[in-house]
Ligand binder design. Structure first.
Ligand code: CP
Length: 304
């Protein structure tokens, strides 16, 4: 495969190869080897049309740890603000010799279109409300490191599924890896297509928590939201927030995840986010490892 655009494009063997390669990368980093020569002479462009902290920085760190040259492009301050199109921006990067383009864009489908215009690999770093495949991979990697094999595990994903590319990519990947996923959300924050997704749906978080091996809280994406979908923060928090009392309903060895950025005190209480059973900080560290594995596998490690 040349691109990584959707978690749904990954067969079980592809996903396991990425997770196992990331395990190798983690072992190398644990031996205090900071940099591998694998992608020397290769150029990775980070093309971010939407804000990001974790994804942008971890792709940059991953590419640098593999000795690639990295060009960071942010739409703010670029000729995009003068009206330059995605296609012309892509062709400009192509002319500069990009071997891989990592793209985040507010339009669902932008990475798919980009793949028609550039010769290098396209990696989807989040497109609109569609997908965020490397987030799902780093989440699966984090679960596997804490819990072992994901086959038959119960993963509960809670909150603003409607606007969440993280939820869709996780449902697709976790299903491929043999986990059972349950989405819990208010009816107004579920997409109409959810009936076709390979997962269960519940509106009762308290009933689902005792059966969960993993509880993944989603950020309420107020910036993408119409007030009609979301009448009150207090009401949301009361029905769907993971507070101390709800945390106590989870099995003792179950873990709590959140892709970040968090609305502390709304979808997740600070003491839950900071507890020993939260993987939130590990997820960020694992993000570098997974992105190293993906870049290594897509770019093949051969010099250009
Ligand atoms: N989880 C995630 O995609 O975070 P950023 O928006 O900070 O990249």
């Amino acid at each position: 495969k040349r691109h990584l655009i959707s978690a749904g494009d990954l067969a079980k063997d592809d996903a396991l190869l990425i997770l196992d390669t990331a395990e190798e990368m983690a072992r190398v980093s644990e031996r205090s080897i900071k940099k591998l020569p694998t992608l020397r002479g290769r150029t990775v462009v980070n093309l971010f049309f939407e804000d990001s902290t974790r994804t942008r920085i971890s792709f940059e760190a991953a590419a640098k740890r593999l000795s690639a040259d990295v060009i960071n492009f942010s739409a703010k301050g670029s000729s995009v603000s003068k009206g330059e199109s995605l296609k012309d921006t892509a062709l400009t990067l192509e002319a500069m010799g990009a071997d891989a383009v990592v793209i985040r864009h507010s339009a669902s489908g932008a990475p798919h279109r980009l793949a028609n215009w550039v010769r290098g690999s396209v990696l989807n770093a989040g497109d609109g409300t569609h997908e965020h495949p490397t987030q799902a991979l780093l989440d699966a990697f984090s679960m596997r490191r804490r819990l072992g094999n994901l086959d038959g595990r119960n993963v509960t994903i809670v909150g603003d599924v409607l606007h969440s590319r993280v939820a869709r990519s996780n449902v697709l990947l976790l299903h491929t890896l043999g986990a059972q996923v349950t989405l819990v959300a208010p009816p107004t924050l579920l997409p109409v297509s959810v009936g076709t997704w390979p997962c269960e749906v519940s509106y009762d978080l308290d009933a689902v928590l005792p059966k969960s091996d993993v509880v993944m809280m989603l950020r309420v994406q107020k910036e993408r939201m119409n007030a009609a979908y979301f009448p009150s923060e207090r009401e949301y928090s009361r029905r769907y927030g993971l507070d101390r009392d709800r945390f106590a309903k989870m099995p003792d060895d179950a873990i709590v995840m959140h892709p970040g950025p968090m609305n502390r005190g709304m979808e997740i209480a600070a003491e839950v986010a900071d507890s020993a059973r939260s993987t939130i900080v590990e997820q960020v560290a694992n993000g570098v490892t997974i992105r190293m594995a993906v870049l290594y596998l897509l770019l093949g490690g051969e010099t250009a």
